[in-house]
Design a protein. Structure first.
Length: 443
């Protein structure tokens, strides 16, 4: 069966153009298991944020990650050390907690420790991390270890400096060179969010930056806030880039596909995950996704399965539902409201649906579409209908408050070429603030 996929987002929509009969696969996140909690043995709760998991020389799996005591306002600039734990099996509960590793080196100019990523080379483990400094002169630094317990900073630190806020390094080996991905703004005057890429033969000397991904998402965020926690992985000859996009939702990660690891096009987006700072892992031929964050209770791990599709080239702008009425054909008792401008947790407008009201959308569907992924984000309890049928979550996506995923595969529901969705508050006296709807059609 021929398969084709493209994304359609409520908001300003451009033409959609299929450009290649090129089969690939879409990663699908399964149910998450809570594998490690840094709070164990602590007097107050601790979180883990950007992290990495690697198999060590002892045959055990090791996790390292940003950690700090939980707070009402997460103190990101006070994150000065990394959590460390290990386990014989990935889904072993609990993982064994170890003493934290590294501390901010103020003599080096470090202001925080963010986003450790580890790669092994010739028996040495290289941990790259964001060391901070001034936002327009941020450091990417290196520490090395033979056993994953004792770490020494490189005498070559910083590996390089970049702007604004250059952070979240991730490294893969491709051919005879190493590629480092990290996020930064496009330039000192152009604030588009990007994933930059640098090359190295020895993990010490790095080239000048190129751009693996440049997003046109607005509003422009000076700190590359649309492309946090980049992670690149290869599957069956295709390369995938996952980026966390907390401006839209703290727990939303977008995934792009490419024929090579050097360039990803924003039009080639294939799916999303309900996960923050996602790491996509392959151990012994099996795929997993780990995730964590400020508002989690540690590190979670989920299996990944794959479904076949075809390459596509949609053009779209990811716009929240409260800022536009595209596809909104009927609304009852709704008002537009704003939140904190440029919030890092959610877009700054909502479509508030009052008690007894609803919002109805009609969305064009390609004739080839046999199933779809529907993401909905908002505040409060809601009910969602496909025509007159009330939808239920088809699987457990480890939904956290405010973001849900539905799988739909009854093609008869859109056989007339349009998808009719109706969203209403749950309960007679409640309201619901609709943030966005995001839809991926798959065939």
């Amino acid at each position: 069966m021929k398969r084709i996929i493209f994304a359609l987002v409520l908001g300003l929509v451009f033409s959609i153009r299929v450009f290649a009969e090129d089969v690939f696969e879409i990663p699908v996140m399964g149910k998450s298991i809570h594998i490690f909690d840094q709070s164990a043995g602590e007097k107050k709760p601790w979180y883990i944020n950007d992290h990495c998991i690697i198999k060590g020389p002892d045959g055990r799996y090791h996790v390292f990650g940003i950690t700090h005591k939980k707070a009402l306002i997460p103190p990101s600039w006070s994150e000065h050390t990394f959590a460390h734990a290990s386990a014989d099996e990935l889904f072993q509960i609990p993982w064994q907690k170890h003493p934290r590793v590294l501390d901010v080196d103020k003599n080096l100019g470090e202001t925080h420790l963010w986003a450790p990523h580890i790669i092994e080379k010739d028996g040495t483990y290289y941990m790259f991390y964001a060391g901070g400094g001034k936002p327009w002169d941020s450091m990417i630094n290196l520490a090395t270890s033979k056993d994953l317990f004792k770490w020494e900073r490189s005498l070559s630190n910083p590996m390089f400096r970049d702007f604004f806020d250059a952070r979240d390094p991730m490294v893969i080996k491709f051919g005879q060179e190493y590629l480092m991905y990290y996020c930064k703004t496009y330039s000192r005057k152009d604030y588009r969010s990007t994933v930059a890429i640098r090359r190295s033969k020895d993990l010490i000397h790095w080239s000048e930056p190129e751009f693996a991904l440049v997003l046109s998402d607005k509003p422009l965020l000076i700190n590359s806030g649309h492309t946090e926690s980049p992670y690149v992985f290869e599957h069956n000859g295709k390369f995938y880039l996952a980026v966390c996009t907390p401006f839209y939702h703290y727990r939303l990660t977008r995934v792009f596909v490419s024929d090579n690891p050097y360039r990803f096009d924003e039009r080639n987006e294939v799916t999303s995950f309900i996960a923050h700072c996602a790491e996509i892992l392959n151990f012994d031929g099996k795929w997993y996704l780990s995730h964590a964050g400020w508002f989690y209770d540690g590190v979670y791990l989920a299996p990944i399965t794959w479904i076949k599709a075809k390459k596509f080239e949609p053009q779209f702008i990811f716009v929240n539902a409260g800022e536009t009425e595209d596809f909104l054909v009927e609304k009852s008792k709704t008002v537009k409201i704003g939140s904190v401008p440029l919030s890092i947790l959610t877009p700054n407008a909502f479509l508030k649906i009052l008690p007894g009201g609803f919002a109805r959308y009609e969305i064009p569907v390609p004739t080839e579409a046999n199933q779809l992924q529907l993401f909905i984000s908002g505040k409060g309890a809601y009910e969602i209908f496909l025509k007159d049928e009330k939808l239920s979550l088809s699987r457990d996506p480890t939904s956290f408050e405010g973001l849900d995923l539905y799988w739909l595969d009854d093609k008869s529901k859109w056989s007339d070429g349009k998808l009719e969705l109706r969203v209403k508050p749950a309960g007679n006296n409640s309201s619901y603030e609709l943030n966005f709807l995001r839809i991926y059609f798959i065939n």
